[in-house]
Design a protein around this ligand. Structure first.
Ligand code: NAP
Length: 292
């Protein structure tokens, strides 16, 4: 039987509608909407595109968005100041520093500078530290992994005692999702570029999170029948049949996985739409915490 498709777009649309209602209620109560402040340094087209998407999504949900855009030559002091201004602005409830930052900027210092109460990206080392500790909870968790956890819940995945395999150990996806799965009582194996016998490890997975950035890397015969697959990978591949000349595929060979997996996300339309949605949900949460 073909796997159930976990429709991230539908889940995101539903959540965004609820966020819009709640943002409207917040604005009616306080006289101003929840606000997200974004710091963008440099002119990387992908980063600029992400920032535009976040702005549009905020505005569509009735939230304010504030952008602080600095040139690629921006100094540490200028970026520090941009963060401080947003920290001090009472109409900004969440702050996002678009990564990566240019090499002259100390990323660790900037992430620490973001007010803990406004750390809607969940990358402040204190929030990550709290995520890693048993019995503690961070104020905010990073958007993409949080979106993955929502999709697992939507798919009805039973994480308690499940073997969860995470492919990738990046600070923004692999590492935090592994911590979140552990908090949900899964038995977690983290894999990376030095992992031996990756197919063998993946075959033990009841839940598989793929976040390595390699198109169609995970093959159908690596999968345990019935596995729940969350494919975070977003890889641009040439496709002359597409009017754009390219399309996006995940890290998992979707067609080969379909007859084996129990449930699987699509790329695009899976994790992608959830990321900005979780950022907006965190901004609303921050606004409520700050404004009461
Ligand atoms: P990243 O920082 O490049 O990290 C990639 C990870 O994959 C690293 O831990 C690396 O191992 C591991 N890896 C690379 N090649 C491997 C291989 N052949 N076998 C096993 N492990 C391998 O990537 P990222 O930022 O986490 O992003 C991963 C993917 O998710 C990308 O396609 C990205 O576009 C996508 N993404 C999507 C969203 C979304 O909203 N949908 C958000 C973020 C990222 P080492 O640590 O050993 O180098």
């Amino acid at each position: 039987m073909a796997a159930t498709i976990i429709d991230g777009q539908a889940v995101a649309d539903r959540m965004r509608a609820a966020i819009k209602d709640e943002a409207g209620a917040f604005a009616a109560q306080h006289g101003y909407p929840p606000g997200l402040g974004v710091v963008l340094v440099g002119d990387d087209p992908a980063s600029a595109q992400y920032v535009r998407m976040k702005r549009r999504a905020c505005e569509a949900a009735g939230m304010a968005s504030f952008a602080s855009i600095l040139p690629a030559s921006g100094t540490q002091e200028e970026v520090d100041n941009a963060v401080r201004v947003l920290n001090d602005d009472p109409h900004v409830h969440g702050i996002l520093v678009q990564l990566p930052l240019p090499p002259q900027i100390d990323e660790e210092r900037i992430l620490r500078l973001v007010s803990l109460n406004k750390d809607v990206d969940g990358f402040h080392p204190e929030n990550i530290g709290l995520l890693a500790m048993k019995g503690r909870d961070p104020l905010f968790t990073p958007a993409t992994p949080t979106g993955c956890m929502v999709l697992l819940r939507e798919a009805g995945a039973n994480l308690e005692g499940a073997n969860a395999v995470v492919l990738g150990r990046s600070n923004i996806v692999g590492m935090p999702i592994a911590l979140m799965l552990m908090k949900a009582n899964a038995t977690v194996t983290m894999c990376h570029s030095r992992t031996r016998d990756l197919p063998g490890v993946v075959r033990g997975a009841d839940v598989l999170i793929a976040a390595i950035g390699r198109p169609n890397f995970v093959k159908g015969d690596w999968l345990k029948p019935g596995v729940t697959v969350i494919d975070v990978g977003t890889n641009k591949v040439d496709d002359p049949s597409d009017p754009r000349g390219y399309r996006f595929v995940g890290d998992v060979d979707f067609e080969a996985a379909l007859p084996v997996a129990g449930a699987i996300t699509k790329v695009p339309g899976g994790v992608g739409p959830m990321t900005i949605t979780m950022l907006m949900a965190n901004t609303l949460k921050a606004a409520r915490r700050i404004a009461g």
